[in-house]
Design a binder for this molecule. Structure first.
Ligand SMILES: [Zn+2]
Ligand SMILES: [Zn+2]
Length: 157
């Protein structure tokens, strides 16, 4: 089965790398039009979704040093919560809002729950807060999401 990587850039807030996803479609690379696609880069900026399909060689040729380093980190990482092989990772946007830059890796199951929980919590944050109050509120969600995920994973086992 073909192994692909999905990279999503969600409105510049979180870079989500969804890797090792089996694909049904066998598309050829957008650049060389000969080799099979292994990297699907999905970006959503300002609500406009763009998808590019690249083969491994073309991806490597176009990757920035940061992306290449990220690839290496991903291949040796584990899901932060259940220890499974991660399919998604990136800069933790919640931690980033509090001025902390850290990488977070999650498996497909955990990221689904993590995004659902944080989305729900973010919606409760009043929109008219000052920048400082907002950072504090997001920092709180970040901590609660961690606790929630640990509880959620232990409940599942
Ligand atoms: Zn190519
Ligand atoms: Zn997990």
């Amino acid at each position: 089965m073909a192994v692909s990587r999905y990279r999503c850039i969600l409105d510049n807030t979180m870079l989500v790398e969804l890797a090792f996803m089996p694909t049904q479609e066998h598309k050829v690379c957008d650049v060389c039009h000969t080799r099979e696609t292994t990297h699907h880069i999905v970006s959503s900026v300002g609500g406009i979704k763009q998808v590019s399909n690249l083969c491994n060689d073309c991806f490597r040729a176009s990757a920035t040093p940061e992306q290449a380093e990220f690839e290496n980190t991903v291949s040796s990482a584990h899901c932060e919560y259940c220890g499974d092989h991660p399919c998604a990772g990136g800069t933790d946007f919640l931690a980033l809002a509090t001025g902390l830059q850290k990488l977070k890796f999650m498996c497909m199951t955990c990221i689904g729950e993590y995004l659902r929980y944080t989305q729900e919590e973010l919606e409760k944050v009043p929109k008219d807060l000052s920048q400082e109050e907002q950072s504090a509120a997001i920092g709180g969600i970040c901590g609660r999401a961690d606790t929630h995920m640990k509880w959620w994973v232990s409940k599942k086992k």
